[in-house]
Design a protein around this ligand. Structure first.
Ligand code: NZQ
Ligand code: ZN
Length: 393
């Protein structure tokens, strides 16, 4: 296991009706004037926004409101949010919604206390300072409620990049699984897929002797394999939603990723798809992961065989471990199909003729030097082949 530091100061308030605690929690973490930031309107329709406002009012906290964060949140709204925060003297940013609202809120919080252009953080500069952020989560997926990360799409070129820093880890996150019951089945499944991707991206490591994190990841993957189909069949199943919601947080606050090298090639390859086609991140990952895993499997067949046996129940073929490894990848593919995810470019709305553009942006965009690296290093030829596998799956 490698050396590591781990700082995860988020206060979690989990369970039914917990959104009523919003005002008290903002106060507890020092906020005196709040920006409530949300997405396209699901929180208006569900009545959640009104309940959050009532909670802030009960705590005598003034607030301003900015909606409109789109899935794959855009840079333009971040600039607007930064202006608003400065003009209004806001000192606490409260995201109400999914990963997109949360990531947009984090970008606003970092940009509001920075002299330069907030995009510097999405071009490699680490975030050291930000206004405090709180979240009220409405979809189990991105894990942004516990992560030090934010992903924004630059409208000037439509490419998607991430920024990181402990300063944008939420001070508190309110997780009420019942809030996710209004999700369409497709979005629920996208969330399940993203959570599983966060686990796989950590599982694919080149670090030896990481039994504790391997076992944690396997436990969370098994939970998703069990609870995913249950919640798709019964969307009102609170307990399945509760297990998925906490798994989603654990999958991405990095408690499962410490002390080991991680992959993230699937995420990078997918981000080009959601930037170009505006598809859901989880749906893009459903098409990406089986192709990437098949392509890189030979790099460490035993790692893929291990997850095949321990998570997917495949029997170990000791004479031909690659058979077991492949069976595990096919089990993942079948699972994703079963929960309603797309399996190839056509089902996702992507086009084979765009592959050169995707590869160019992936390997060269925003200062990259012709390749991406993680579990293995992938150059332009590798990435072209992987996108082709996705187109022809
Ligand atoms: O915008 P509204 O109207 O709220 O609708 C959303 C949106 O259309 C809807 N929705 C959310 N909760 C709902 C609901 N509809 C009904 N009932 C509810 N309870 O679902 C749609 C998707 O929402 P979004 O916030 O985009 O989903 P998600 O949480 O999957 O976030 C995706 C974004 O997170 C980024 C992705 O790249 C993508 O941009 N990621 C962020 C990460 C991080 N910060 O750590 C890591 C991830 O790997 C990921 O890259
Ligand atoms: Zn993700």
């Amino acid at each position: 296991m490698n050396n590591f530091t781990f700082y995860s100061p988020t206060y979690f308030d989990f369970g039914k009706d917990t959104e009523k605690d919003a005002g008290a929690l903002v106060k507890r973490f020092g906020g005196t004037k709040v920006l409530i930031h949300y997405g396209g309107g699901s929180v208006v329709r569900s009545g959640l926004l009104d309940r959050v406002k009532a909670s802030l009012e009960a705590a005598e906290l003034p607030y301003v409101v900015l909606g409109g964060a789109q899935p794959n949140p855009r840079s333009g709204l971040v600039y607007q949010g930064i202006e608003l925060v400065k003009k209004e003297g806001v000192d606490f940013v409260l995201a109400v919604g999914g990963g997109s609202s949360i990531d947009s809120a984090k970008a606003i919080a970092a940009g509001a206390v920075y002299e330069g252009d907030f995009w510097d953080f999405y071009s490699g500069k680490r975030i050291e300072n930000a206004l405090p952020v709180g979240t009220i989560l409405t979809i189990a997926a991105a894990g942004s409620e516990g992560s030090p990360d934010s992903v924004i799409t630059n409208e000037n070129g439509m490419y998607k990049r991430g920024a990181s820093g402990d300063a944008i880890r939420p001070r508190f996150s309110i997780l009420n699984p019942a809030l996710t019951q209004t999700l369409p089945a497709y979005q629920t499944a996208c969330g399940i897929t993203d959570i599983m991707a966060h686990l796989y991206e950590r599982y694919l490591t080149n670090t030896e002797e990481v039994e504790v994190t391997d076992r944690l990841i396997e436990a969370l993957l098994l939970t998703m394999v069990h609870e995913g189909p249950r919640v798709i069949a019964d969307p009102d199943c609170y307990d399945a939603r509760a297990n998925i919601m906490w798994a989603g947080m654990m999958a991405h606050n990095n408690s499962c990723g410490v002390g080991r090298s991680q992959d993230w090639n699937s995420h990078n390859i997918e981000h080009e798809l959601s930037a170009l086609y505006d598809c859901a991140h989880g749906a893009g990952l459903a098409v990406t992961m089986p192709a990437v895993f098949t392509y890189v499997m030979q790099h460490n067949v035993m790692r893929f065989a291990q997850v095949a046996v321990r998570v997917w129940g495949c029997s170990m073929d000791f004479a031909h471990p690659e058979v077991t490894a492949k069976a595990g990848i096919e089990a993942l593919r079948a699972f994703l199909k079963k929960i309603g995810m797309p399996g190839n470019f056509a089902e996702l709305g992507a086009k084979e003729e765009d592959i050169p553009k995707l590869v160019e942006s992936l390997c060269r965009g925003n200062g990259r030097g012709g390749s991406i690296s993680g579990f293995v290093t992938l150059d332009e030829a590798d990435c072209t082949e992987i996108y082709k596998m996705m187109a022809r799956a």
